[in-house]
Design a binder for this molecule. Structure first.
Ligand SMILES: Cc1ncc(COP(=O)(O)O)c(C=O)c1O
Length: 284
């Protein structure tokens, strides 16, 4: 993948230009972008009613961009399971009432190590969305299954930060309204943020939301309202080709499960390590 990028650095497929030199509106980059988006849609089986947005700012910027687009200035619900979901809720407080509906803060000796069962979440009747971090990178808590909000009697869309395990397993899209991920963990270089948003959630940005962060504007312009991070998108495209060649996301998930089994077995052999004390290994 990187060898291919190196080989193509000065001249992308006979175009006489490297990707960094291309106009994001030119024919060559159009081709790279279209293929990258298509591959991503295939790999994660993203349904047609979801737009895929290629944005910038990382997951931390999304902590502000999501409430600016979805909160309508009202109530948002937050499941707090570690450092990243704490930061998400803190940012959401700038835009409205951000309720903590469940938290694992008081987990006994080691904080943030378990997942509050969805049945115990105190969901608000009027929340515009429910936010979860599906893999708390630092605290090491992963949701192995996404909550079914409808089964909990909640109509609000689920919003998830899946930055640190995107691409490591399939996503249950029927349970999701919006998912976002910074690219730099599993997808490619930093600078690219992927946003998957259900079309019916577009068009409700708060008046002060910058146009470049208004999902409806970004979607209407095919992620080209402003210049997207072209080189990061190109490398992400190469990573998607590699993932497809490995057999796709389901095959990678199996491989990750094997790795996890192997790591757990090894750490169990040394019970004094912190990993061994975790109820569930978090990173795939
Ligand atoms: C789950 C999660 N959310 C948010 C972030 C922060 O992302 P960024 O630095 O891209 O804003 C990270 C780590 O980098 C993360 O692992």
């Amino acid at each position: 993948m990187l060898a291919q990028a190196a080989a193509e650095m000065l001249d992308w497929r006979g175009s006489g230009m490297g990707v960094m030199e291309m106009s994001h509106r030119g024919r060559e980059f159009d081709e790279i972008f279209a293929r990258t988006e298509l591959r991503l849609r295939e790999l994660l089986a993203v349904p047609a009613e979801f737009k895929i947005l290629f944005m910038q700012g990382g997951a931390i910027a999304e902590n502000a961009i999501v409430p600016m687009n979805l909160s309508r200035g009202g109530v948002t619900d937050h499941v707090v399971t570690g450092l990243w979901s704490i930061k998400t809720r803190q940012e959401a407080l700038r835009y409205g009432e951000a309720h903590v509906v469940a938290s694992n803060e008081a987990d006994g000796a080691a904080n943030h190590t378990t997942l509050p069962a969805p049945a115990t979440w105190r969901l608000s009747a009027n929340a515009s969305y429910v936010h979860v971090c599906s893999n708390e990178t630092i605290n090491g808590v992963e949701m192995h299954e996404l909550p079914d909000l409808r089964a909990l009697g909640c109509d609000a869309p689920l919003v998830m930060d899946c930055s640190s395990h995107i691409g490591s397993r399939p996503i249950e899209w029927t349970r999701v309204g919006l998912a976002y991920a910074g690219a730099q963990k599993n997808i490619g270089p930093s600078g690219l943020t992927l946003v998957f948003v259900r079309e019916d959630l577009l068009g409700h940005a708060l008046p002060f939301c910058p146009s470049a962060f208004d999902y409806a504007v970004v979607a209407a312009n095919g992620s080209m309202y402003n210049t997207p991070p072209t080189y990061s998108i190109y490398i992400a495209g190469l990573v998607f080709e590699w993932m497809a060649a490995q057999g796709g996301v389901a095959a990678l998930e199996q491989r990750n499960i094997e790795k996890r089994r192997c790591c757990t077995t090894q750490s169990m052999a040394r019970p004094s390590t912190p990993t061994a004390s975790r109820a569930r290994p978090a990173r795939a």
